[in-house]
Write a protein that binds this ligand. Structure first.
Ligand SMILES: Nc1ncnc2c1ncn2[C@@H]1O[C@H](COP(=O)(O)OP(=O)(O)OP(=O)(O)O)[C@@H](O)[C@H]1O
Length: 714
């Protein structure tokens, strides 16, 4: 299954929630704030400068009475309209008042009242949007009509009318400005709030009994964080400018209280005889507005909490670094003649020694999730990657497309495809591979389909993009693709939206979408897991037919040996991040050599014949170890009924005596000779019997006394 990090479900907000890898999962709101503050704000020099400027302005303004040399109303008639001097650093105005003192004295008021506009405008707009999105169509219609009326009102006239009625009460004027602006903010936020309300995790939260308020606060608001802060920064800047404009035309704070707009107005009277007077206040106002905009810009680039699976720019940079490192290693290997393999035959996928790891904050020293995986997929064949959950199948599959999740990247090895090493291919070059050469279908068909557009639009747009066809030609191709994937009434389905079709139909459409670019390789990540058994069989037979008809090859990720038996020519059994056995499907299913394969088969009801079905199916005690807990020796040893002390040493992948496959077990041959079965009995985890180590180059059967645990267990 492709990992996604959705906002925490209703019951998962406890502090201790972790990823499968054991890493703590931040709550969406906190995650958003972390990203906003750490990666974006501090990563943008403009935003950092803006923050420093605003912070300095606020501190200087609040502490002004303590350090300013002059009071705002002090007049120095010996220095009227002067430029900067030792006594008056920024000069004086027409009454000899110190401009520096007046700028800082006015700053707190200007910033504070602009914040009133932000709080009222953004707060009201956000609350209305969340209410409209969550409370149903009638409420949304009512709120939308009211905001439309608000937007049609002449704001300037209303503000002037308020000033006429109540005088220059700046906080009140700015609050009313906020109310007027909230209508626009409502419109900006509503669409996003509605989309968040329609997420599957919101449905899950509703099922869990979370009320509308809880859903809005816990699931919707965190997803709106980006938009809200960007709007806040913009409104802050606009509020400051409007306030300065009002003061300029005489509706500022009462005289002699200074205001930036009032000071600019005063300076405009002396623009010819004392032009300097305009500079300090104008520059401070401009710098403050620029600072707010720079901060808004930086925050606007932050990834949304609702889509944390999308790689941020930092993730992309990190990936680019990882790709460059692999490319450099490959070049070194070529120079020293250690490259190992050529680029493989055309249409053959050759994965060599692939490792995938967590980036660990860009240091490249994080835990490894997949190590030393190698396999080949010939044209027109299907390779199954099989294993329990957490064995690294998805990480391996996604690395073929360069689509590893944020914070994870390929750390070594080669993915050889049509003459290039995809592991060392930059993301922008991978774009021409994805869809056109290698396509993906995932477990959840709805992931591939956008609920906002009809099936026809999505298919046509994809075909046009990937194959450069005209509209009507693409439409005809979409129709034929739907027929190809077994949809009888293709014309009708083209007109439907994804939510109007069943899961099986959606998976067929997803397959058609994947075929749009006529890929040579299809990566299918558990494509039938979410479907019921009959539909599963249909999709498998569709894939089989496509492989036969088009000569396309498939990498099929599955935990179902039935699927492997049904469709795969080759199989690679993965356990704890590496391949423990691979080879031809028939050879492996008939003659498994690795105890893990043996155990998977023993635990699979379909692999046991009805007449010889045991009373109790076999189990594999324990769990797949977390990547950070992988032992140096055999990673399966702690759960293995046949483990011995030789299994404490690292085990290489060696040719299996059965067929042309490879197996990673020091006792593989001994098990084959003795014909051991995996028992239904649970084995205490970590039990190891003494077994003499065998040479890794030529595995020999273990001595008699090192026998199999089974004997003890019986
Ligand atoms: N984004 C991630 N960051 C860190 N570790 C991850 C991430 N995604 C997966 N892992 C870890 O990588 C390992 C391999 O995961 P992977 O999803 O490839 O397993 P899988 O065999 O495909 O399992 P499943 O069938 O459940 O998808 C697991 O230990 C998993 O916890």
């Amino acid at each position: 299954m492709i990992p996604t990090v959705a906002p925490a479900p209703a019951d998962a907000d406890q502090a201790g929630s972790t990823t499968a890898a054991g890493a703590p999962v931040p709550r969406p709101g906190r995650a958003a704030l972390t990203r906003l503050s750490r990666h974006r704000l501090l990563g943008s020099p403009g935003a950092v400068a803006g923050l420093v400027w605003l912070a300095a302005l606020v501190i200087a303004s609040l502490t002004a009475p303590l350090w300013l040399p002059f009071k705002t109303e002090d007049q120095d008639f010996t220095a009227v309209l002067s430029g900067p001097t030792a006594a008056h650093w920024l000069g004086t105005d027409e009454l000899g008042r110190d401009i520096l003192s007046r700028i800082f004295a006015a700053a707190a008021g200007t910033l504070g009242t602009s914040m009133i506009t932000v709080i009222v405008g953004v707060g009201l707009g956000t609350i209305l949007a969340m209410l409209a999105a969550g409370a149903g169509e009638r409420t949304e219609t009512a709120i939308s009509r009211v905001t439309e009326v608000m937007m049609s009102l002449p704001g300037t006239v209303i503000i002037l009318a308020v000033i006429g009625a109540v005088g220059t009460n700046i906080p009140l004027v700015m609050a009313i400005l906020g109310i007027l602006m909230s209508a626009g903010i409502y419109r900006v936020i509503l669409g996003q709030a509605k989309s968040l309300q329609s997420q599957l995790y919101v449905d899950a939260a509703k099922v869990d009994g979370l009320g509308p308020l809880g859903i809005s606060v816990r699931h919707v608001l965190p997803g709106l964080a980006n938009t809200v802060v960007v709007q806040a920064a913009l409104i802050f800047a606009v509020g400051m400018l409007i306030q300065a404009g009002l003061a300029f035309i005489g509706f500022g704070p009462p005289i002699p209280q200074p205001s930036w707009g009032g000071m600019i107005q005063g300076a405009s009277q002396h623009v010819y005889d004392a032009p300097w007077m305009m500079v300090p206040t104008g520059a401070v106002l401009a710098l403050t507005v620029l600072s707010a905009n720079a901060i808004g810009n930086a925050l606007g680039k932050a990834p949304n909490a609702a889509a944390p699976h999308l790689p941020s720019a930092a993730d992309r940079r990190q990936r680019a670094k990882a790709v460059a490192a692999i490319a450099a290693a490959a070049r070194d290997a070529e120079e020293t003649g250690d490259a190992g393999t050529d680029a493989g035959a055309k249409g053959t996928l050759s994965v060599r020694n692939l490792s995938v790891g967590v980036d660990n904050a860009g240091t490249g020293t994080g835990v490894q999730l997949v190590t030393g995986v190698s396999f080949d997929v010939e044209p027109g064949t299907v390779l199954g990657l099989v294993g329990e959950s957490g064995c690294g199948k998805t990480m391996t599959a996604l690395s073929l497309l360069g689509l590893l999740p944020s914070g994870v990247s390929a750390t070594g090895g080669q993915i050889l495809w049509n003459g290039r090493n995809l592991a060392a291919t930059p993301d922008k070059d991978m774009q021409s591979v994805r869809g056109r050469e290698i396509a993906l279908i995932s477990q959840e068909p709805m992931r591939a389909l956008d609920p906002m557009f009809t099936v026809g639009y999505q298919l046509t747009a994809t075909i046009r993009r990937l194959r450069g066809m005209g509209r009507s030609e693409a439409r005809a191709e979409a129709h034929s693709l739907l027929e190809k994937v077994g949809i009888v009434d293709a014309g009708r389905i083209l007109k439907t939206y994804p939510h109007q079709i069943s899961g099986g139909m959606a998976q067929r459409v997803a397959v058609a979408l994947a075929l749009s670019g006529r890929p040579k390789l299809l990566v299918a990540d558990e494509p039938t897991t979410a479907l019921d058994v009959t539909v599963q069989a249909e999709i498998l037979s569709l894939l089989r037919a496509l492989v036969k008809d088009t000569g396309m090859s498939v990498v099929m990720v599955t935990h179902d040996l039935g699927v492997v038996a049904d469709i795969c020519d080759q199989v690679a059994v993965m356990y704890a991040g590496h391949v423990v056995e691979n080879g031809r499907t028939a050879a492996i299913l008939d003659n498994p050599r690795h105890p893990y394969t043996l155990a998977l088969l023993a635990a699979d009801p379909h692999a046991n014949h009805a007449d010889s079905m045991p009373e109790r199916l076999a189990t594999i005690s324990g769990q797949v170890p977390q990547p950070k807990d992988w032992p140096a020796g055999c990673r399966f040893a702690a759960r293995c009924q046949f483990a011995g002390s030789a299994c404490l040493e690292p085990v290489p992948l060696l040719p299996s005596s059965a067929g042309d496959g490879l197996v990673r077990c020091v006792k593989a041959d001994q098990l084959a000779i003795e014909g051991m079965d995996w028992l239904a009995t649970d084995v205490p985890a970590g039990r190891l019997l003494p077994v003499s180590p065998v040479s890794s180059a030529t595995p020999e059967p273990a001595p008699e006394q090192d026998s199999i645990v089974e004997k003890d267990l019986a």
